[in-house]
Design a protein around this ligand. Sequence first.
Ligand code: PGA
Length: 251
Amino acid sequence: MRTPIIAGNWKLNKTIDEALAFAQDLKPALSKAANVEIILAPPFTALSVLAEALNNSSVLLAGQNCYPAQGAFTGEISPRLLRDAGCVAVIVGHSERRQLFGETGEFINRKVKAVLEEGLRVILCIGETLQERKDNQTFKILEEQLRKGLAGIDGTSMARLVVAYEPVWAIGTGQTASSGQAQEAHRFIRDFLATHFEQAVADSTRIIYGGSVTPENIDGLMAQPDIDGALVGGASLQSASFIQIARFGRV
Ligand code: PGA
């Protein structure tokens, strides 16, 4: 009942030409990735050309970040402008935003609300650091980030929200969480959603995993009952590996 999502987060990579070349590779490969939602989060500069290049394909576009307002905010981008550029979703609360740009849970919550108000979907990223895991704080951190990120959000809006569990220690390190570790965290997140909202919301919300996902480990992750997809960084930069990941479960 939960359609899997494979999302590529290009971060601060790819020129417009590189993005277009990727789209040309991706389009013909898609018919073979049935029943999967494919989302790309390119840099802002490539959004509108990609929207045109991927027109008539099933690939959806997401922004990597946004500012929760319009107006005199030099250098920022709003959900409204992201929608205008062809996005259907926005990644919010990525650990790089939290760690490198000091984003707080409250600020992330404002973004979640602004994105939902614009009619877009949210990919809300949460995850613990290595130290927090070592200190047995993982569930406490996940709960705190969920509580803050989802404050004031009602169960109906949750139909447009995807949670991405991204352990910080697994991002860009080549050290993926084991399928068991990821499943355990996803189960915890789903149980939280059942308590915070209701069981139906927990059952229908997609919870995707991110952190060193590759063509080699995607099948093991997707075999877990509570893992509904992946948010892929490094391995989404090459079309061949991203396509392989999108075709998970097949040889
Ligand atoms: P990675 O990044 O796949 O390169 O670990 C994932 C992410 O940051 O979303």
